[in-house]
Design a protein around this ligand. Structure first.
Ligand SMILES: Nc1nc2c(ncn2[C@@H]2O[C@H](COP(=O)(O)OP(=O)(O)OP(=O)(O)O)[C@@H](O)[C@H]2O)c(=O)[nH]1
Ligand SMILES: O=C(O)[C@H](O)COP(=O)(O)O
Length: 223
């Protein structure tokens, strides 16, 4: 098995405009609730990398100037993408920036992971020493982290069952690919059940969105 050292790594965080985020929660949260949830998860992601991985450069790609301003307050690099080509288009644009800026590797982390765990990120980076593509699989078969060396090792195909699609791309290019299943990294917040799972892990942090929870969860945690 080839040893593939990680030298210069850039973390890429895509974030759509909060106004159009968390659509799958539209039947459970008000518009301002969805916006606040998206921004709170994004802010938590920025704070996490600043606190636990200050040695890593971060790039935020978004069509929202408010999002890019918030990112700059955490001293990240920022890239405006108009969002016309969706998540994959924004990531192609970001990947181009990362490659041209001389990074050897890229770690894409969406801005809606409920609980980020430094140990899991360290394991992911460690796995990339022996694989050009490392995929942290989401609870629904999506891709919740994607570490590629070089950054443009594979095409991005985020969407339904993207973990399998990314694995397929890596295999078809004869790249070494590792899929990992981490408890925290698997939980991005898409549906109300995901918020319920998040509250079991961090009740205080997620209590503001309890209007979204089933009454059983509310009674159990906030009686
Ligand atoms: N820059 C950018 N980021 C995006 C775009 N679409 C999605 N994202 C980000 O990609 C990650 C995964 O997004 P999704 O789960 O598809 O979208 P979401 O807003 O979290 O939820 P839904 O609206 O319910 O799909 C989140 O960090 C989003 O903010 C886009 O068009 N541009
Ligand atoms: O992981 C993906 O491919 C996209 O982010 C969509 O997946 P999701 O349904 O888990 O958000």
């Amino acid at each position: 098995m080839t040893y593939h050292p990680i030298d210069k790594l850039c973390v890429v965080i895509p974030m759509k405009s909060p106004q159009r985020a968390k659509q799958r929660l539209a039947n459970r949260l008000s518009d301002s609730g969805r916006e606040k949830l998206a921004l709170s998860l994004f802010d938590n992601t920025l704070a996490f990398f600043q606190q636990h991985f200050p040695m890593l450069d971060v790039l935020v790609v978004s069509e929202s100037l408010d999002v890019l301003n918030l990112a700059q307050s955490y001293q990240t690099n920022t890239l405006f993408d108009d969002g016309a080509k969706g998540l994959n288009g924004a990531l192609d644009f970001a990947c181009d920036w990362v490659t041209k800026s001389g990074y050897d590797s890229q770690l894409i982390v969406p801005s809606d992971i409920a609980v980020l765990d430094p140990e899991e990120i360290n394991l992911l980076i460690h796995a990339a020493q022996k694989a050009q593509v490392v995929i942290a699989v989401a609870k629904d078969g999506g891709t919740n982290a994607l570490l590629t060396s070089p950054p443009d090792a594979i095409d991005f195909e985020y969407g339904k069952n993207s973990a399998a699609a990314h694995k397929h791309h890596a295999r078809s290019k004869q790249l070494i690919c590792r899929s990992v299943h981490f408890t925290n990294l698997a939980l991005d917040i898409d549906h109300s059940e995901d918020l319920e799972a998040a509250v079991l892990r961090q009740p205080e942090r997620f209590k503001n969105w309890c209007s979204c929870f089933s009454s059983a969860v509310k009674e159990h945690h906030y009686a």
